[in-house]
Design a protein around this ligand. Structure first.
Ligand SMILES: CCC/C=C/C=C/C(=O)SCCNC(=O)CCNC(=O)[C@H](O)C(C)(C)COP(=O)(O)OP(=O)(O)OC[C@H]1O[C@@H](n2cnc3c(N)ncnc32)[C@H](O)[C@@H]1OP(=O)(O)O
Length: 276
């Protein structure tokens, strides 16, 4: 594995060929996200996006939990910083820059073109939910407690939950109830609204399943998988006409891959014919 994938608050390993495991790594603070962790997420996912060896990523939390959301100390320091500024408009600009910075860190996860499987356990609160909103597939162990905690903190969630989740949650009634109340919910409800797709009895089973899925994806044509993710994310953010135009242009280049020839040659029909 590349030695450059070393971070203060993330642990990165490569447990299988082409599969990278990214662990949030502030276990003593239940993986609460401070400025360093946000910055590390940005650097890490930008690096994995460009990494030739990387075809699939599992994202999890080291220790007893996935993440308890934003680090409360960081949030209160960030809020306090604007108190020093006299001019109201400059206070507003300061806050806007701070929010934009965190948004860009999580957007780097959303923009990563390699599929990301979130393996969630323990707590997944506030910014933890923003983070899993940026992943492709979400698996959980049955012990997980979720909460869209921002309203209880006096905030409208601004780094993913309200911006991305409405694009794919399946039950907007329950979702809005969870947003407006910040009440805790379990894996049954998380599954009911389409936030997570599968639930496992233990953390070990969860990680095994996430890793097996990542391994399976990594064995497919990386051109086809990466192209599918780019087009799915594009389709999420555009209208149908734009989506058809985009994929036409994308595949005009990507159809030149030798992966297509190889897969056609490997079909049983052609294999049989070549024996004749
Ligand atoms: C522009 C910004 C946009 C972003 C907004 C994001 C908003 C959010 O994320 S809202 C969610 C914020 N998170 C919380 O409110 C959770 C706070 N934590 C807790 O309520 C409890 O820790 C919890 C119920 C999750 C677990 O309790 P438990 O008794 O099992 O553990 P603790 O002893 O409380 O925690 C162990 C140590 O971790 C520290 N810690 C946990 N979560 C956070 C956090 N979010 N921020 C900072 N520190 C956290 C906790 O203080 C303990 O530390 P220590 O005392 O040093 O052992």
């Amino acid at each position: 594995m590349s030695s450059s994938l070393v971070y203060e608050t993330l642990k990165v390993s490569q447990p299988k060929p082409h599969v990278f495991l990214v662990e949030l790594n502030r276990p003593k603070k239940l993986n609460a996200m401070n400025e360093q962790l946000f910055n590390d997420l940005k650097t890490c996912f930008e690096q994995l996006n460009k990494h030739d060896e990387c075809r699939a990523i599992v994202l999890t939390g080291n220790g007893r939990t996935f993440s308890t959301g934003i680090d409360i100390m960081y949030l209160s320091n960030a809020a306090a910083a604007s108190v020093e500024i006299d001019d109201v408009a400059r206070k507003v600009l300061h806050n806007r820059n701070m929010i934009q910075r965190i948004q860009e860190c999580l957007r780097a996860v959303d923009r990563c073109e390699k599929p990301i499987i979130a393996a969630i356990h323990g707590f997944c609160l506030g910014a933890g939910i923003d983070l899993i909103a940026c992943c492709d597939i979400r698996y959980s162990s049955s012990d997980t407690t979720f909460s869209i905690k921002e309203v209880d903190m006096g905030l409208a969630a601004d780094v993913g939950t309200l911006q991305i989740l409405p694009k794919f949650v399946t039950n907007h009634n329950i979702f809005r109830e969870l947003v407006y109340t910040s009440r805790k919910f379990d894996t049954n409800e998380a599954q009911q609204i389409g936030l997570i797709s599968r639930v496992f009895d233990t953390r070990e089973a969860l990680l095994d399943a996430a890793m097996s899925l990542a391994h399976l994806i990594a064995q497919k044509s990386s051109i086809a998988v990466q192209g599918s993710k780019v087009n799915l994310n594009y389709a999420r953010d555009h209208n149908v006409d734009d989506n058809f135009t985009f994929v036409r242009t994308w595949n005009s280049g990507m159809l030149l891959t030798e992966d297509i020839v190889n897969s056609i040659m490997a079909t049983p029909v052609l294999k049989e014919k070549s024996k004749l």
